[in-house]
Write a protein that binds this ligand. Structure first.
Ligand SMILES: NC(=O)c1ccc[n+]([C@@H]2O[C@H](COP(=O)([O-])OP(=O)(O)OC[C@H]3O[C@@H](n4cnc5c(N)ncnc54)[C@H](OP(=O)(O)O)[C@@H]3O)[C@@H](O)[C@H]2O)c1
Length: 307
């Protein structure tokens, strides 16, 4: 079966990685793909969503679009709920009606974080923030609608394209002498490229017509770290390079002292055994992947400086 792949949220970290990987795929494997950013399709508008899906008729729809601003979602929960919840329900209905496979991303923030061991898919969710609740609603709608759907729950996503934690640390590090970062939240930095690869792998399995696993999967890097250690790694790597000429001081902080509007899980490491067993993949090492991304950014900054 020739694939027709529709990617939503194409300007975000994961959506952009999907678009890049599709550009590189051999033409005999993908007959057609369409990658739409928010500028071309606002998924918060169900009619526009229906028009796009019905006219393109994807075999695989990758939904990488989401309201992802965790702090702002505390003030704009109705909008986050529309984009991450209700619109995802509409997408699931559209995909089911057309026989399209839906691959959707969700978050570790559906958990409350009050555990000491990696979360498995069957653990009870208890979102603590507007963002977490909105993403949980999207998961619920997909499960209710049924059809061929895969939900990849992930966390701490980063990529060289787009904005994320390590980019913020390097940006703030250039602007301030001292940074304070919490050391009491633990997770696993997960590369967007790998999350894109997973979605496309599902498309390949579908196109071979031999069946594929579906449902909810935890998809995150191996290993675990705190935001503090993650920041220290990025700052140490970049210090003295054109990316960060002068390293700022880095101070340990506690979540309770940070005036965050949104409540975040203290521990949100995801157990990926189900994904490893059913899809036959090995997740990347999170901090190794961060190191590679920062080193590549440093190389680019050096080249830019030489120009
Ligand atoms: N980033 C993380 O740390 C993280 C952690 C756990 C789970 N996830 C999940 O992983 C998936 C991909 O996240 P990401 O890291 O790639 O996020 P991202 O970089 O913030 O990208 C999300 C994209 O969605 C777009 N978008 C927002 N509202 C939209 C709308 N109404 N219609 C169409 N597009 C819209 C954004 O456009 P604008 O740029 O114009 O706003 C952005 O390009 C999401 O489902 C997210 O919830 C992310």
């Amino acid at each position: 079966m020739k694939q027709r792949i529709l990617v939503l949220g194409a300007n975000g970290q994961v959506g952009h990685a999907c678009a890049e990987q599709l550009e590189r795929k051999p033409a005999d494997q993908v007959s057609e793909f369409l990658c739409l950013g928010r500028d071309r399709l606002d998924i918060g508008k169900p009619d526009a969503l229906a028009d796009a899906v019905r006219s393109f008729k994807p075999t695989l729809l990758i939904n990488a679009a989401a309201y992802t601003n965790v702090e702002k979602a505390e003030e704009e929960e109705p909008l986050a709920t529309q984009v991450n919840g209700h619109s995802v329900g509409v997408l699931a209905e559209l995909c089911k009606a057309q026989g399209s496979l839906l691959v959707h991303y969700s978050t570790d923030y559906v958990f409350d974080g009050n555990t000491q061991r990696p979360y498995v898919e069957t653990d009870a969710i208890a979102p603590q923030s507007g963002y977490g609740r909105s993403k949980a609603l999207g998961e619920t709608f997909i499960a209710q609608v049924g059809g061929d759907a895969v939900v990849l729950r992930t966390g701490w996503v980063f990529a060289r394209h787009g904005d994320n934690f390590y980019k913020k640390m390097l940006r703030f590090g250039n602007q301030r002498d001292q940074l304070s970062v919490v050391d009491d939240q633990t997770g696993a930095p997960t590369p967007a490229e790998w999350l894109a690869e997973l979605a496309l792998r599902w498309g390949d399995l579908q196109s071979k017509g031999k069946g594929f696993p579906s449902g909810l999967f935890h998809a995150a890097s191996q290993g675990q770290t705190t935001w503090y250690d993650y920041a220290e790694l990025a700052l140490d790597l970049a210090a003295g390079s054109p990316l960060l000429p002068k390293k700022p001081g880095l101070n340990r902080a506690k979540t309770a002292d940070m005036n965050f509007k949104a409540k975040r899980p203290a521990y949100s490491v995801l157990n990926t055994q189900k994904l490893q067993t059913e899809l036959g993949v090995t997740p990347p090492d999170g901090l190794m992947a961060v190191t590679q991304a920062v080193m590549s950014d440093i190389e680019d900054a050096k080249k830019e400086k030489k120009k």
